[in-house]
Write a protein that binds this ligand. Structure first.
Ligand SMILES: [Zn+2]
Length: 187
């Protein structure tokens, strides 16, 4: 607790915060680390399994019974929600975006940006291991699909026209995400 309070008190001096971290998960953070509140990262990472992520495997009939029709279409059938219809598109709350199918934490609100595309956009995942990438040649285009690393659910695609610090744009269906507001968000 002391460490968290200490970090909060110097929240804008992020480079010194980085030196405070010690868990193996934190060491996996990429360049986005320096731009996200260290206290928020600690909170979100606490919900990510340590080490390798164990797959959740269910039959399609099981998924169908667990998901709404729209969720099943997007997450299991790799569909795309209509642009500008997602309930989380304009969400500006501080918190963590999790997989709608298996609740794995995927993105931090600090990495969300307004892309103008009509889908929630992030410049990087919470940590690399929560996302899987796969080549997608559908519709005569070569794109990179992004999936949840735990349930293999379809999330969206990643493009190389995002903002700093990664230059990436994770274009994600809001249907594939749920949102967990930050519990403690003190300055
Ligand atoms: Zn998932």
């Amino acid at each position: 607790m002391f460490r968290i309070l200490f970090i909060c008190s110097i929240g804008f001096i992020l480079t010194s915060c980085n030196a405070q971290k010690s868990t193996s998960d934190v060491s996996q953070m990429k360049t986005i680390e320096s731009t996200i509140s260290a206290a928020k990262i600690d909170t979100a990472l606490a919900r990510i399994p340590v080490g390798e992520i164990t797959k959740i495997e269910k039959s399609e009939s099981e998924w169908k019974s667990l998901l709404t029709d729209q969720e099943y279409y997007v997450i299991r059938e790799k569909g795309t929600e209509r642009a500008f219809t997602g309930d989380l598109l304009k969400n500006k709350q501080s918190g963590t975006y999790i997989c709608a199918a298996c609740q794995l934490p995927l993105f931090e609100s600090d990495t969300k940006f307004k892309s103008g595309t009509g889908w929630p956009s992030f410049y990087g995942p919470l940590v690399d291991k929560v996302i899987i990438e796969d080549a997608d040649y559908a519709y005569g285009m070569k794109r990179v699909e992004v999936l949840c690393a735990r349930c293999d659910g379809h999330l969206g695609h990643v493009f190389e026209d995002g903002p700093k610090p990664t230059g990436l744009r994770y274009c994600i269906n809001a249907v594939s995400l749920d949102f967990m507001p930050a519990k403690v968000d003190k300055p």
